[in-house]
Design a protein around this ligand. Sequence first.
Ligand SMILES: Cc1cc2nc3c(=O)[nH]c(=O)nc-3n(C[C@H](O)[C@H](O)[C@H](O)COP(=O)(O)O)c2cc1C
Length: 349
Amino acid sequence: MDIVSLQQRAREIIEPGAYDYYAGGADDEVTLVENETAWQALRLRPHVLRDVSGVDPSTTVLGQPVRTPVLLAPAAYQRMAHDEGETATARGAAAAGTLMCVSTLATVTLEDVATAAPGAPRWFQLYVRKDRVWTAELIARAKASGYTALVLTVDVPVLGRRRRDEKNKFTLPTGLTMANVGTAPPKVEGSGLAAYADSELDASLTFDDIGWLGGLSGLPVVIKGVLRGDDAVDAVAAGAAGIVVSNHGARQLDTTVTTAFALREVAEAVGDRAEVYVDGGIRRGTDVVKAVALGARAVFIGRPMLWGLANGGAKGVEDVVTELTEEVVRALMLCGAARLDDVGADLLA
Ligand SMILES: Cc1cc2nc3c(=O)[nH]c(=O)nc-3n(C[C@H](O)[C@H](O)[C@H](O)COP(=O)(O)O)c2cc1C
């Protein structure tokens, strides 16, 4: 499998404005390109003669077993890729033995996603709305539906300028809604999503809100969108159980450091006080192994999941995860590592 050709086929299937929303990044899309090339630029120093006759890519995330370190990132509006949207993604994730993180801005309610794959591990990605009462109710719904962690996205105090969406006057197609919210983004001159996010999302969040969320939910809180060691340390001190090193798939601030670059600093700063994950530009099994070498416990994929969903619904998502995991296994064997725990920083030049 090749994610580039999967994306090309998805482009023929998905409506052009929706494709641009999925594929695009902020401003000049400098980081969009660099997120991928930064992983490619890292060089491996493989071990030999290490008995790799039985390789096991499984791990745990916050104590939950997963068959692969390739997890599914929260991505809004999945019914634009496939009619079954997030429910298909949930079934694909379950079949591949991985964890799905469901977005606040899903086009299927969080309850229906949970019902689609009852036994599968699932986390809920939270955008805090200015209406904190509504936010608290949303968290209670997620907890009641068996989501086992809250992933608080902290890199959207304002939406990044996604010029493709502005040009396309992007909003949801008729008939689709942000099902957890109960509405669609407004139809406006520029991007409807930007208009929604900028009027509804709470830009006053601070580290203190991590404790508020933990106390309210009783769930572990994972902070998504960290690119610096000092911020990661502050988040952990405020109670975070995990950190996702992420630049939001290059959709927020353009020309940030790449996640491949930021990961080492964050992982070293956090040490073993919290789990560290990474996303952005992960497209090959070698990218995953490099992420683990830099200190990640697991990785998330965003767009590859959407391309799989567009191409084949639940089976398409399952295939993307399974094939990436097969690449991880091959890369581990070729690096002389029988399991993820055997992958250390020495594997990178
Ligand atoms: C179409 C799309 C929608 C996204 N929606 C969300 C979202 O609702 N919440 C969130 O925290 N991140 C969102 N993200 C960011 C992803 O969770 C993830 O950080 C990013 O896609 C990883 O980069 P990759 O696409 O290169 O794998 C979205 C990304 C894409 C591509």
